[in-house]
Ligand binder design. Structure first.
Ligand code: SF4
Length: 109
């Protein structure tokens, strides 16, 4: 293998997704029951308001893999609700962040 090929090979393994696959893989154990695996609305776990967050947290409340799910979300720098906790780049959030342009301050209406 030439030096150039070795470098290309190493570059491929420096991507975040591959790193996560090695450091925080999803366990494929048939005994683990991921409660949301067949949920018809994946958007539930990416809430845009507090009511949506409450709905996702209520769904996660009884999930048997809740702690493992949260651990994976934290280790993978994930977004959305993992283990009943809203994450943004792997950091727990206390509220749903506001999206879009902030309101103008001091503008005459
Ligand atoms: S805890 Fe994780 S696996 Fe369980 S329902 Fe919530 S998001 Fe899905």
């Amino acid at each position: 293998m030439t030096a150039r090929k070795i470098l290309a090979h190493e570059d491929r393994f420096e991507t975040k997704g591959v790193t996560i696959a090695f450091t925080a893989p999803t366990p494929h154990d048939p005994k683990l029951v991921w409660a949301c695996a067949d949920h018809p609305d994946p958007d539930l776990f990416h809430p845009t308001d507090e009511a949506g967050l409450a709905a996702a947290q209520a769904f996660c409340a009884d999930c048997p893999v809740r702690e493992l799910c949260l651990e994976l979300g934290l280790r993978r720098d994930e977004y959305g609700v993992w283990g009943g906790v809203l994450l943004e780049n792997g950091k727990p959030q206390s509220a749903v962040p506001r999206r879009g342009r902030p309101p103008k301050v001091g503008s005459a209406a």
